[in-house]
Write a protein that binds this ligand. Structure first.
Ligand SMILES: [Zn+2]
Length: 319
């Protein structure tokens, strides 16, 4: 057994003073406490240590922990990076190529911000109205009740209405229509343009270079942040190929690390990234990893909320 805990972060920000306090992220004082806790109870390892361990069968230290940050948010750079550097810990940052190559807002963030800025019942009824309006025009999809029964299922973080809005706009509706509806809802519910928010939200290429220069690890999180396992093989390969191209300055193309958006992948995805030189893959399955037994391309991760000071859930999923 060669055990590894992997922690997953998204937004790490000063929530109290944020313009969007409803955005779900880890507040900076809690992040600091968490890093302090890790420094006493875990051995924070680098992604290079983990690659070495799978490739040469070396043992990681007891209570090895890898820190991963998804989506390329500027608040990871502003708040998390200096705290990590101060603590002598490496963070691994997984950046969707589109965020810095085009400065376009990802659908996942459009949806987070719409949800954070509007009443969920009002938003749900706006979404259902639009789905009725567009059904049968250019696109076809099942009626609202059928879709609601199938997809409105609460998970450990969100109520069923929120999950329904997320699923419709992330993956269920036809792609072009998702973009149309999420942009309409964004314009109606937010007081800012998508472009302005994109420039406020994501790291620049120079900031990503700075992270790398300071010993942080940079990895792949798709180009457009799609559910890769649900794309056609051609679309999936194109998304990953584009991500590899724009991220090339930050990667070792023979030893790069994949982090699947939404934790979603398929056999096709695994085969394709293996051929392209991926040596590790990170999912959102919740448990400790065993590098001797697990597939190195589908390693599980904990959410940062699974560790103190938020909770002690990490103790319940140990293999
Ligand atoms: Zn993501």
């Amino acid at each position: 057994m060669n055990k590894l805990y992997i922690a997953m972060y998204h937004y790490t920000r000063d929530i109290t003073h944020s313009r969007y306090p409803e955005i779900k992220g880890l507040d900076v004082p809690l992040f600091k406490q968490q890093i302090e806790f890790f420094s006493h109870h875990f051995s924070v390892v680098t992604t290079e240590d983990v690659i070495d361990s799978v490739e040469r069968n070396t043992e990681l230290p007891e209570n090895a922990l890898l820190l991963t940050f998804d989506d390329g948010y500027i608040d990871n750079y502003t708040y998390a990076f200096p705290i990590l550097e101060n603590a002598g810990m490496q963070g691994s940052f997984f950046i969707p190529g589109k965020t810095f190559a085009e400065h376009k807002l990802l659908d996942v963030n459009k949806i987070h911000y719409i949800l954070a800025s509007s009443d969920i019942n009002k938003l749900l009824s706006d979404l259902l109205d639009r789905m009725d309006y567009y059904r049968g025009r250019e696109f076809d999809y099942p009626d609202n009740d059928t879709l609601f029964n199938e997809y409105a299922k609460a998970n450990r973080f969100d109520c069923k209405e929120v999950i329904f809005v997320k699923r419709m706009l992330q993956t269920v509706l036809p792609e072009h229509l998702r973009n149309v509806i999420s942009s309409e809802l964004f314009a109606k519910h937010m007081g800012v343009s998508e472009e302005q928010l994109a420039y406020e939200l994501y790291m620049t290429e120079e900031q990503i270079s700075t992270l790398k220069r300071h010993g942080m690890f940079i990895g792949i999180h798709g180009y457009d942040h799609y559910w890769l396992g649900r794309l056609s093989p051609e679309q999936m390969e194109q998304d990953i190929t584009t991500a590899l191209r724009v991220m090339d300055p930050f990667l070792d193309r023979h030893h790069w690390v994949m982090n699947y958006p939404y934790g979603n992948y398929s056999e096709d995805v695994l085969n394709f990234i293996a051929k392209q030189g991926a040596c590790l893959g990170l999912t959102t399955e919740v448990r400790t990893a065993d590098l001797n037994a697990d597939n190195r391309l589908t390693l599980p991760r904990f959410d940062c909320n699974d560790f103190p000071p938020k909770s002690e859930n990490y103790k319940n999923f140990v293999i």
